[in-house]
Design a protein around this ligand. Structure first.
Ligand SMILES: NC(=O)C1=CN([C@@H]2O[C@H](COP(=O)(O)OP(=O)(O)OC[C@H]3O[C@@H](n4cnc5c(N)ncnc54)[C@H](OP(=O)(O)O)[C@@H]3O)[C@@H](O)[C@H]2O)C=CC1
Ligand SMILES: CC(=O)N[C@@H](CCC(=O)OP(=O)(O)O)C(=O)O
Length: 352
């Protein structure tokens, strides 16, 4: 059994980790932390876990994290990097849901996250946690910086158009002018109190935010450059808040180049993702709904070429708390411990 610790067990991604890991056949959860609820039985706070999780929250200091095989950080940015050195010294693997180990450039990290990176040497060895792209490296990793929620949808939506594996090295699209029009449910903002996610503010309403620059922009650009193997990437990324609890819907617009005009994109995507257990390329002409992935680790993609023109439109849906966060974490954990990648992750989406 893999001994798992979770730092930040009371937040939205923390309780989602508990939901998934409590049903994982190879995992024993041994520590769950909360600074504010220490001493409270987990199942008292989350009755959905009654009979499934028989632990109390402990403070991060009291939790015996050094005795775990792996620790998930479901915490704000900056928490994992402060504890990474000690955990690694005790042979504990790390999966961070925050951004401490995502951006490779520490100046970019400081600019977007407003703090200096405290362990650049660990950042250098950390692997970006997007299994469909980095599977080989994740298997060997001690530290994984899990991909962000929006970045997962955008990178998996565009990878078949950029990866030399499917393009044969041809530029099928104008990489300098990619548009991502992305929408998220309110759970993306976490459980902390914020005016913008109050029922009376977010319901019956729809708005863009972060148009000037969102912290996921550099992460997505870094990832797309790595997938493409070149630096000719220019992205306009506009996130929106939608009045739903879970889900991300990204609509991606790309302009085809002359060498990209005679390609069957439906086939290109189907071939690229043929062996991926969590990526569903839907039949041509589909309009995927966020509810088709709600509560599951799936991501569904549909490709459109309106009026047979030069613009390709890619529709991507995922559950921000599962494939966009905790499910992705468990998928990477399975790889790090040599388990089949789908272990504990076979939930079907909730519908309606
Ligand atoms: N929500 C989402 O869709 C996604 C979130 N993420 C990332 O995952 C991380 C967690 O997000 P989410 O679950 O939404 O956040 P929440 O705000 O819902 O939860 C944060 C958790 O962290 C704990 N915490 C806060 N500060 C500290 C600290 N200094 N030390 C230890 N524990 C702390 C809190 O508990 P307590 O205060 O009691 O200790 C709480 O359990 C964030 O970095 C977020 O960016 C990634 C992908 C998607
Ligand atoms: C709706 C909403 O507020 N979403 C969050 C992103 C979700 C998140 O937690 O970001 P990470 O994936 O980087 O951890 C935001 O825009 O800041």
């Amino acid at each position: 059994m893999i001994k798992v610790g979770i730092v930040g067990g009371t937040g939205y991604t923390g309780v989602e980790l508990l939901r998934i890991l409590a049903q994982h056949p190879e995992v024993k959860i041994v520590a769950i932390t909360s600074r504010t609820e220490a001493g409270m039985p987990v199942a008292e706070m989350f009755p959905s876990l009654r009979g499934r999780v028989d632990l109390k929250f402990t403070t991060p200091d009291e939790a015996k994290l050094n005795e775990c095989d792996v620790v998930f950080f479901a915490t704000p940015h900056g928490v994992a990097m402060a504890q990474a050195k000690e955990l690694l010294a005790n042979n504990v693997k790390i999966l961070d849901l925050a951004a401490d180990f995502r951006l490779k450039d520490i100046k970019e990290f400081a600019k977007w996250y407003g703090m200096e990176h405290s362990c650049p040497e660990i950042l250098a060895e950390a692997v970006y946690g997007l299994a469909e792209i980095n599977r080989k490296d994740i298997k060997k990793a001690r530290v994984v910086g899990l991909a962000g929620c929006y970045p997962t949808s955008v990178q998996l939506g565009l990878a078949p158009l950029l990866s030399p594996k499917s393009t044969g090295g041809k530029q099928l699209i104008d990489g300098n002018h990619i548009i991502s029009d992305s929408k998220s449910g309110t759970s993306g903002a976490g459980r902390k109190a914020e005016i913008g996610t109050l029922l009376s503010e977010a319901s019956d309403n729809f708005k863009a935010y972060g148009v000037k620059g969102h912290r996921h922009l550099p992460e997505i650009v870094q990832g797309l450059k790595a997938i493409a193997g070149h630096d000719q990437i220019g992205l306009t990324f506009v996130p929106h808040l939608t009045p739903m609890v879970r889900g991300i819907h990204s609509t991606l617009y790309v302009r085809l180049t002359d060498s990209g005009k005679d390609i069957d994109y439906q086939k290109l995507y189907e071939n690229f993702y043929a062996d991926e257990p969590f990526v569903d390329v839907m039949p041509a002409g589909s309009h995927p709904e966020t509810r088709s992935v709600r509560g599951s680790n799936g991501i569904r993609i549909a490709i459109h070429r309106p009026s047979g023109g030069d613009t390709l439109v890619i529709l991507v849906v995922e559950d921000n708390l599962v494939k966009g966060a905790s499910g992705q974490g468990v998928q990477c954990m399975n790889l790090m411990f040599g388990l089949p990648e789908t272990t504990g992750l076979t939930q079907i989406a909730l519908s309606p």
